[in-house]
Design a protein around this ligand. Sequence first.
Ligand SMILES: C[S@@+](CC[C@H](N)C(=O)[O-])C[C@H]1O[C@@H](n2cnc3c(N)ncnc32)[C@H](O)[C@@H]1O
Length: 307
Amino acid sequence: MGCAEENPEEKPKCNPFGTRFLTDDAKVFEHNAWDDVEWSEEQQEEAKRIVENQQSMKVDEEKAMRLLSAPADQWDAFYAHNENRFFKDRNWLLKEFPELDVNEACNSENVTVKILEVGCGVGNTTFPLMQVNNSSSRLFLHSCDYAPNAIRVLKSQEAYDPEKMNAFVWDITQPTPEEAPAPESLDYIVCIYVLSAIHPDKIRKALSNLMSLLKPGGTLLLKDYGRYDLTQLRFKKDRLIEGNLYCRGDGTLVYFFEMEELEALLGEFKMKKKVMHVDRRLIVNRAKQVKMYRQWIQGKFLKPVEL
Ligand SMILES: C[S@@+](CC[C@H](N)C(=O)[O-])C[C@H]1O[C@@H](n2cnc3c(N)ncnc32)[C@H](O)[C@@H]1O
């Protein structure tokens, strides 16, 4: 099991990562997906070997320097080209992060719940979140991304409501801009596939910036790529930059985390783990009889009231 629980009270009532478990290998092609799949030792070794082999086909240094010097440019070009046609809405969000349905909190406590979504892109998390909390007039949702084209597309959507939303351009590795929420004002910070887009040398600066905006007692919710995810193992020539950092074909960066590594990083900022889980899923292409092993890390971290 990849689940590392510290506080049993945080355990969800039903398993948000699914309950279709593969107990008989002979039946693997009977369904499209299996949940919480254990990796054998041979499989782990094979993954390690693939990543070691990638060392001999790294991106050339000049290209790596160019991509690392202005990573926002690649994402900005991506959104200029794709607009809102690439990412799907993150409709699983409430299943994994039920706390983001803030209706109840608003009604019972008469408070405004303030959320910052980081690396929001064109709003695939922002809009589903607003939709589920539509009746709640006391949710305020800040959304930021360092790609100006992403923010332009997000703000041009009909559902963008400036009374309840504030989308702004911010590279979270840089000082907070004027439009950012006030220090220690946020109840939640949501990071979906964004920490993996940041160079490991800059991740501490990014986390320090984010943590300064979170209220004592506020929560960081994250979901990201795990080490040896299928996408990491499939990278061929000219993709590995260094360590576990790669560039995709479009030049955007992606890092693959170990769960313990992320936990230790957040620990440096005194963030207290509520829940962390490696979501290991086996996706099956039944027609082609192909197995695809995905690994995502999900975590919830509390900023203690007293540091
Ligand atoms: C893989 S996409 C995920 C988009 C969105 N969270 C989703 O799940 O659809 C990563 C996003 O993070 C943004 N991003 C990467 N590094 C960033 C940084 N340092 N500051 C702000 N945004 C960043 C990118 O522009 C991109 O929109």
